[in-house]
Design a protein around this ligand. Structure first.
Ligand code: PMV
Length: 319
């Protein structure tokens, strides 16, 4: 029996990943850039042994079906010959609420599973491995600000996270207004596929990503919150617009999300500086300076449909 544990933090994309060019290898159509968050993380222990089948226990609950099958397929990439795995995972992120729980989950699993198998993978190798469980997981290998390079190669060797500024570079805050704590109706995998195949807005999205990435990199280098916030907000809203134009159409925006977006814009117009982003779920997140976090916390907590408001700073890479 060999066993190893790992902890990985969630990340929120500032410039979004939306669309795959290779679904089997999780290769993206566009590059993306994220901030790893403290406070939201997954801890996972993998133990290899002679059991009859893999087991997955998530937050104390034995899993079967698709969740177990997905983890088993992922483990096939690293498991020692013939051995079955017992995977125990604790998710400190509201599951499937658009808080990138799959990112921290597969980053932690990649590290624990490869360590327990006796493999000493480099961070870039771990990032490529995590990518093949969930694309955004490749960014959670690293702390701070991380770019996921799209890459050009068909085998994905050049498609992995690259740290662009460490956790200590810039003391910003990301507030997460959790609006509806429920699993999403359209998975990010299905949503991306539908958007890539049918949305007439998708080519426009793709054409704008590289300049967004360049603007975000420059803004992070100079710690320019207005420049970063402007490009971040535009990236998220453009991504959501592509979905409305897909066939059949879909959206992760709920009435509560629109109310939160309006509240953020109103607060900003009134002089509170901060910018919003949203992922494949209803929640609204706000990026702001550390000093403005209490005012944003109060603003978001006053929304009618808010379940909770989380406040995160930049987080570390996997450990
Ligand atoms: O890798 P997934 O399936 O968690 O997809 C992530 C998609 C977005 O959260 C919407 C954007 C992103 O870059 O994280």
């Amino acid at each position: 029996m060999s066993s190893a544990s790992a902890r990985a933090h969630a990340n929120i994309a500032l410039v979004k990943y939306w669309g795959k060019r290779d679904e089997a290898l999780f290769l993206p159509t566009n590059g993306s850039l994220s901030l790893t968050l403290d406070g939201l993380y997954t801890t996972t222990t993998v133990t290899y042994g002679d059991g009859a089948a893999d087991r997955l226990v998530l937050d104390g609950v034995e899993q079967g079906g698709d969740a177990l099958a997905k983890v088993s397929r992922f483990l096939d990439r690293v498991r020692p010959d013939g051995l079955r795995a017992f995977v125990e995972s604790e998710n400190h992120v509201p599951t499937a609420a658009g808080l990138a729980s799959s990112a921290s989950a597969f980053a932690a699993l990649a590290v624990a599973a490869s360590r327990a198998a006796g493999l000493a993978l480099t961070p870039d190798e771990l990032s490529r491995l995590a990518r093949q469980g969930s694309g955004s997981a490749c960014r959670s290998i690293y702390g701070g600000f991380v770019e996921w390079r799209r890459g050009e190669r068909a085998d994905g060797a050049d498609s992995h996270g690259v740290p662009i500024a460490p956790q200590a570079h810039w003391d910003v805050r990301m507030l997460v207004a959790v609006l509806v704590k429920a699993p999403k109706a359209v998975s990010s995998r299905e949503g991306m596929r539908r958007t890539v195949q049918t949305s007439p807005f998708y080519p426009g999205w793709l054409a704008s990503v590289d300049s967004d990435l360049a603007a975000a990199r420059a803004a992070i280098a100079t710690r320019d919150l207005d420049a970063l916030g402007t490009v971040m907000e535009a990236s998220a809203l453009k991504m959501h617009a592509t979905m409305l134009a897909a066939q059949p159409p879909f959206t992760y925006l709920r009435p509560a999300s629109l109310a939160a977006i309006q509240a953020v814009w109103d607060a900003r117009a009134a002089g509170l500086n901060g910018y919003l982003t949203m992922d494949a779920g209803p929640n609204v997140k706000v990026l702001c300076a550390a000093a403005d976090a209490p005012a944003w916390q109060a603003c978001l907590a006053a929304l009618p449909d808010v379940v909770e408001v989380l406040c995160c700073g930049p987080g570390p890479g996997v450990a």
